[in-house]
Write a new protein. Structure first.
Length: 205
């Protein structure tokens, strides 16, 4: 049994036990209560991928990414033109088609042109990386917001429909969505488990 399924079953038992204890249900009546316990499953990732807001956000992000690429290409064209200027100067010197005065001037200008070329390439790379990073951060915030809306909607809808528990069955993913989206009258037993675990550990020493 995988850990997620085990956790779901464990919490289901806790919720069921809490409900029976609060309502004064006896052990003999437990099977009848089990029949009333309603569990729903939902694929959050599927809902997320098909959500109109997600599709719209993806289209806008694709357009923004294309605009970054276009701006980067324009900058690259300017850099290529500067490279051609440098190459022409070098060719003039090598083939002896320039006068001594032109050669002397080219020798003075070449180091400057090479430095400008390097600066332009570095600047283009930095701007492109910065633009992509900003877009990635914007995309992440937007997608997290959409995902949070979906989770909240599913939890409220599950409660309204009378389900005692709603479980996400998307499987392991990067969305960090808790597998149990809603559990009616759930009791946090973390502190109790911490104490019992400490006692169990101490008794084995």
């Amino acid at each position: 049994m995988n850990f997620r399924l085990f956790a779901c079953l464990a919490l289901s038992t806790v919720c069921l036990y809490t409900a029976t204890a609060q309502e004064g249900v006896t052990a003999a009546e437990l099977p009848a209560v089990e029949e009333k316990f309603k569990v729903a499953t939902v694929d959050i990732q599927s809902l997320f991928k098909s959500h109109p807001k997600t599709l719209s956000a993806e289209r806008e992000i694709d357009l923004a990414r294309a605009e970054i690429q276009k701006t980067s290409q324009l900058a690259n064209n300017e850099i290529q033109e500067k490279k051609r200027v440098v190459d022409r100067r070098v060719l003039e010197i090598r083939e002896g088609h320039a006068t001594e005065t032109e050669i002397a001037q080219a020798q003075r200008e070449l180091p400057v042109l090479v430095r400008e070329l390097q600066l332009a390439e570095n600047e283009k790379l930095a701007e492109r990386n910065s633009a992509n990073q900003r877009l990635n951060e914007q995309m992440l915030r937007r997608m997290e917001g959409i995902l949070a809306e979906i989770v909240e909607f599913v939890a409220k809808k599950g409660e309204a429909e009378g389900f005692d528990m709603v479980i996400d069955i998307s499987g392991d993913n990067s969305s960090q969505v808790a597998p149990i989206l809603f559990c009616r009258d759930a009791v946090d037993v973390t502190e109790m488990m911490r104490k019992e675990l400490s006692k169990s550990t101490a008794s084995k020493r």
